[in-house]
Design a protein around this ligand. Structure first.
Ligand code: GDP
Length: 466
């Protein structure tokens, strides 16, 4: 499962930069780096966790090719728990690749994606929740997402899981005391105590699982599409939401031919907003490609901001928009409220749409945006607006990953099985099987119970060098 060879990778993003870091981890890390790094002081004087300057010598000719820094982090006090050597180089991509090659020629193996973090997990430096949180921290694109990643990394969810496990272990031990002495029939009050303990643990697990829908929103953002016919003000609205001039605003209909994507915070809710090509029936081939993309954005969107032009009468293109948003979560927006009004809202509402009247805005002047932001938040959070943080002893802990949700749900299901078995008078050793299954499902979250398959799934999304 765990190969104890020495791995190496460029830990910084590809391309040019101020510095680039090559990370080497494993028993041979120091020996390998010694072949190419010439410190200003002698190797014998190098301490762990200190930064040393020196030169990189090209191999095999020994010619210096870079000034560099070296940090040694000796086992077990390192990220992976193994010996780590980190070379800090000038961030040229050719230079960095060349030095990595030399490192590999000295006996290191190229690291797989996430392999450093996987080793950290296998060596007990991080549990599985924390390893996943490393990836979340790297991908976080809003304050709340960052905060949630940090909470996981600092062990909030792990502690909650460990508390649930403790409670389950206590109940298993209690139950097993009765199994060991079968001649003693289980007293009525003990059975009730067990049953109510199971159900209380189960409802706490369920409350934790229920935080997922909100957690996911903060981690990934809500996929949102702005749609409407050409020139209705889609790019202007995206600019307002994003507070930038990224989308090109023009007076020629059909200019936003590609799909633009922007991460924005709307009243604290992260949205990944797509401004799309205006949807209308057209014969222009290029415009058609844009419209195809818009339609696929609509399919993928969790929320749609459907824009209508209040200064133009409702027409067949607007009717097309109404058709496309059927069955989706959407917010109706009437734009250009500053111009003479020629749009009859009744047409919109008659078009088989079961909805509130559109909010009126003037994207050009930013009017009506506060109400729009409120409405977006309302539609985004839906019923989860209250009690979103979860109840019970683990209040404040929010889960963000489907893997955790599934494991919690399975744990709750097994507990339910135990409750039903107890009520039905099943043999206690069968009830105990369900309890232990519940315990295992919780263990899967932190990695106390793991398999190669689970680990592969967790680490496959990591970048090389992490
Ligand atoms: P898109 O094709 O839907 O992306 O529309 P744009 O955002 O490019 O806007 C098209 C035109 O409408 C531009 O000239 C904008 O300045 C104008 N526009 C957008 N919003 C408003 C508004 O609220 N009032 C007025 N009067 N013009 C607007």
């Amino acid at each position: 499962m765990y190969e104890h060879d020495t791995i190496a990778a460029i830990a910084t993003p590809p391309g040019r930069g101020g510095i680039a870091v090559i990370r080497v981890s494993g028993a041979d890390a120091e020996r390998i780096v010694r072949q190419l790094f010439l410190p200003r002081t002698s190797w014998e004087k190098l301490h762990s966790h200190h930064f040393y300057l020196g030169k990189i010598q090209d191999q095999p000719n020994g010619r210096p090719i870079d000034h560099a820094g070296l940090i040694l982090m000796r086992s077990p006090h390192s990220y992976t728990g193994e010996h780590i050597a980190e070379l800090h180089l000038h961030g040229g991509s050719f230079l960095t690749r060349r030095i990595l090659e030399t490192v590999l020629n000295q006996g290191a193996r190229p690291a797989q994606p996430g392999e450093f973090t996987k080793r950290a997990f296998l060596n007990g430096r991080l549990d599985l929740v924390q390893a996943e949180a490393v990836l979340d921290l790297i991908h976080a694109n809003n304050e709340t997402g960052l905060h949630l990643a940090w909470e996981d990394l600092s062990g909030r969810l792990s502690q909650a899981c460990s508390a649930i496990r403790d409670r389950l272990i206590t109940q298993t031990a209690y139950l097993e005391a009765f199994i060991d002495f079968p001649e003693d029939d289980i007293p009525e009050h003990s059975q009730q105590e067990l049953s109510s303990a199971f159900s209380s643990i189960r409802s706490d697990i369920e409350a934790l699982a229920a935080t997922f829908s909100q957690g996911k929103i903060y981690r990934d953002g809500i996929r949102t599409a702005i749609i409407g016919k050409p020139n209705v003000g889609k790019s202007s609205l995206l600019n307002l939401l994003a507070d930038t001039e990224r989308a090109i605003v023009t007076q020629v209909p059909g200019t936003t031919r590609d799909v633009l994507e922007e991460s924005v915070l709307v009243n604290g809710i992260p949205l990944v907003v797509r401004d799309t090509a205006g949807i209308r029936r057209t014969t222009d081939e290029i415009e058609k490609i844009g419209i195809e993309r818009s339609l696929s954005s609509i399919e993928q969107a969790e929320i749609i901001l459907a824009l209508f032009d209040l200064s133009r009468p409702f027409d067949a293109d607007d009717a097309l928009i109404c058709e496309k948003i059927q069955g989706k979560k959407f917010v109706l927006v009437g734009n250009k409220s500053d111009l003479p009004q020629r749009f009859d809202v009744a047409d919109l509402l008659l078009d088989n749409l079961d909805t509130d009247a559109p909010l009126h805005i003037a994207a050009l002047y930013g009017t009506g945006m506060d109400d729009l932001r409120d409405r977006i938040r309302e539609v985004a959070l839906g019923k989860q607006q209250s009690g979103a943080e979860g109840e019970g002893p683990y209040k404040g802990v929010t889960i963000t990953k489907i893997r955790h949700k599934v494991a919690l749900e399975k744990a709750a299901e097994s507990l339910k099985g135990a409750e039903q078995g107890l009520a039905a008078g099943l043999p206690l050793d069968l009830v105990a099987v369900d309890l232990r299954a519940s315990l295992d499902h919780i263990g899967v979250i932190t990695g106390q119970v793991s398999s190669e398959e689970i680990l592969d799934r967790v680490f496959q999304d990591f970048c090389i060098g992490k």
